[in-house]
Design a protein around this ligand. Structure first.
Ligand SMILES: *Cc1c(COP(=O)(O)O)cnc(C)c1O
Length: 345
């Protein structure tokens, strides 16, 4: 049922629409052929994002998936192996790109509840140098993971581990800015120790498209070649990078609003009979429902213009706050859920 009210879309922070300021910046963007390195707006964005994470160079790419793929292709060769969390994006949600396109074998490892590896266990997955085994080359970490920031002391530990085992470190920091804002630390502190860092502009930062892969100039040069190979060389793409510049300039500090809205939503949902708040982490709220028929609940929410993901039973319902969700919106969502629960009870 479609009505006059606007939709409150809590499925992901990828659903945001570009702001008026972004559209104005896009319309006015100075552009050039970025395959020749001629686009001044892309060059500016790459330098800005690299600086924000303390890296030498950056590469603008169409998606976080491509950014992670380029990292795998840059760090590993055919017959090599990368380690990633069982639930990490690089292993689970990217179509097996490293294996499909790079002949790179994944070694998934179960993560602890806080999203970290148990380093003793991790060591058992690093293969000996022996013709029987793939060559373990890279360990991937993700921050935030399921909305949860990693402990700030963790990446230095991973760096030490990687050095002991001659591995590179890739940080999938799709939502690294959420972690930095939540912890009140400079993102440089959270990126230190990683060889490469991927930052998504199209999640909480609200740009319509794009990620930036950051690292030492020599690695980014190699990633640049792979970007061309996988078809990610775009031309007058400053038109998109301009939105990214607005995102990285104006939309980092305001992530605190999304986190506050998520906390408010979590509190309100926790007060509703039959609703269990499984976790609240940065801009993510996970809830499950003891007794409700979930298809019925989702239908009733959709009737009220509220969109959510997950079945709320086997998979907790995931509610994600973002640029297009206001504090009034989260209050409306909690009221709607309470009303639906009361009606069914
Ligand atoms: C969304 C996401 C990606 C992939 O980004 P896309 O732009 O959707 O391809 C990678 N890693 C993490 C942790 C993400 O949340």
């Amino acid at each position: 049922m479609v009505d006059e009210r606007r939709t409150i879309d809590l499925r992901s922070d990828t659903v945001t629409r570009p702001t008026a300021a972004m559209r104005a910046a896009m319309a006015a963007a100075e552009v050039g052929d970025d395959v020749f390195g001629d686009d001044p707006t892309v060059n500016r964005l790459q330098a800005m994002v690299a600086e924000r994470v303390g890296a030498e160079a950056g590469l603008f790419v169409p998606s976080g998936t491509q950014s992670n793929l380029l990292a795998l292709l840059t760090h590993c060769e055919r017959g090599d192996e990368y380690i990633a969390g069982q639930s990490s994006h690089t292993y689970r949600y990217e179509g097996g790109g490293g294996a499909v396109l790079g002949g790179i074998q994944p070694q998934p490892v179960e993560l602890q509840p806080d999203g970290t590896y148990d380093l003793h266990r991790l060591a058992t997955y690093v293969k000996p140098v022996d013709a029987h085994f793939a060559r373990t080359r890279l360990v991937c970490v993700e921050n935030t993971i399921s909305g949860q920031p990693l402990p700030p002391a963790y990446l230095p530990e991973i760096r030490r581990f990687a050095d002991e085992h001659c591995l590179a470190v890739h940080l999938d920091g799709a939502r690294l800015m959420n972690a930095a804002v939540h912890l009140g630390v400079d993102p440089i502190e959270l990126a230190r120790g990683a060889d490469t860092v991927s930052i998504c502009l199209s999640k909480g930062l609200g740009a319509p498209v794009g990620s930036v892969l950051c690292g030492p100039a020599e690695l980014i040069e190699r990633a640049h070649r792979w970007r061309k190979v996988v078809g990610g060389g775009m031309r007058q793409v400053g038109i998109l990078a301009a939105a990214g510049i607005v995102a990285i300039t104006d939309h980092v500090d305001r992530l605190a609003d999304d986190h506050a809205n998520a906390a408010t939503l979590g509190d309100a949902m926790g007060g509703i009979e039959g609703v269990e708040v499984v976790a609240v982490a940065t801009n993510h709220v996970f809830v499950s429902f003891a007794a409700l028929d979930i298809a019925d609940l989702n239908g009733a929410l959709a009737d009220r213009g509220i969109r959510v993901l997950g079945d709320g039973r086997a998979v907790p319902m995931r509610l994600v706050t973002h640029l297009d969700v206001t504090s009034d919106d989260v209050a409306s969502v909690a009221r709607a859920v309470a009303q639906i629960v009361a009606d069914r009870g």
